[in-house]
Design a protein around this ligand. Structure first.
Ligand SMILES: [Cu+2]
Length: 169
C-alpha cells in the first residue's frame, strides 16, 4: 500500500508533457469584438493541444486555408462547426486558420490563426496553459528543485521501509 502510494506520488511529480487545452478568447469565448491576435500573443501551440470554441447560435467555426482566412471566404471550409461548444485538436504542425462564417463577422475581426509547433523542439517546462515563456535557466532550476523533492521523498520512503522491515524482522 505504502509502495503504491509512493509510486503514485513519483508519477504525479514526474515532469510529463501534457497537452494544453486552450479556451479561445478565454472568458470572452468565440465572439465579436475580441482581438484574437492579442489572445494568441505569448501562447505556444503544439501538436496535440486543443482549442475550445464556445459561442452562441449566431456564430460558427469554420476551418479555412490562408487565402480564405485573409479574404473571409467560408464557402471552401475544410471543416464547419456550429454546435456552440467546439473542440478542435491541433493535429499537425503548421498554421491553422479559423473564421466565423456569419456574414460580416470575420471581416470585423472574428477570425483566428494559430501557428502549431511540432512540440518536440520545445524544451520541457516552457509550454504551460498560461502561455508564459519561462527562461530556460529558470525552468532548469525548477526541474532540479522538483528532482530534489523526489529524491527526498524516495530517501524518506526507503528510511521508512527500512525501519518497518527492521521492526518486523
Ligand atoms: Cu460570428
Amino acid at each position: 500500500m505504502a509502495l503504491a502510494a509512493a509510486v503514485l506520488l513519483l508519477l504525479l511529480a514526474s515532469p510529463v508533457a501534457f497537452a494544453a487545452n486552450y479556451i479561445v478568447g478565454d472568458g470572452n469565448g468565440w465572439n465579436q469584438g475580441v482581438d484574437y491576435n492579442s489572445w494568441t500573443q505569448g501562447k505556444t501551440f503544439n501538436v496535440g493541444d486543443t482549442l475550445l470554441f464556445t459561442y452562441g447560435g449566431n456564430h460558427g467555426v469554420d476551418v479555412v486555408d490562408k487565402s480564405d482566412y485573409d479574404n473571409c471566404v467560408s464557402s471552401n471550409a475544410l471543416n464547419s462547426y456550429s454546435d456552440g461548444n467546439t473542440t478542435v485538436t491541433l493535429s499537425k504542425a503548421g498554421s491553422m486558420y479559423f473564421m466565423c462564417p456569419t456574414l460580416g463577422h470575420c471581416s470585423s475581426g472574428m477570425k483566428l490563426t494559430v501557428t502549431v509547433g511540432s512540440g518536440s523542439s520545445t524544451p520541457p517546462g516552457t509550454t504551460t496553459p498560461s502561455g508564459t515563456t519561462t527562461p530556460t535557466s529558470t525552468s532548469k532550476s525548477g526541474a532540479a528543485r522538483a528532482s530534489g523533492n523526489i529524491y527526498g521523498l524516495v530517501v524518506g520512503f526507503l528510511l521508512l521501509l527500512g525501519s518497518v522491515l527492521a521492526i518486523m524482522g
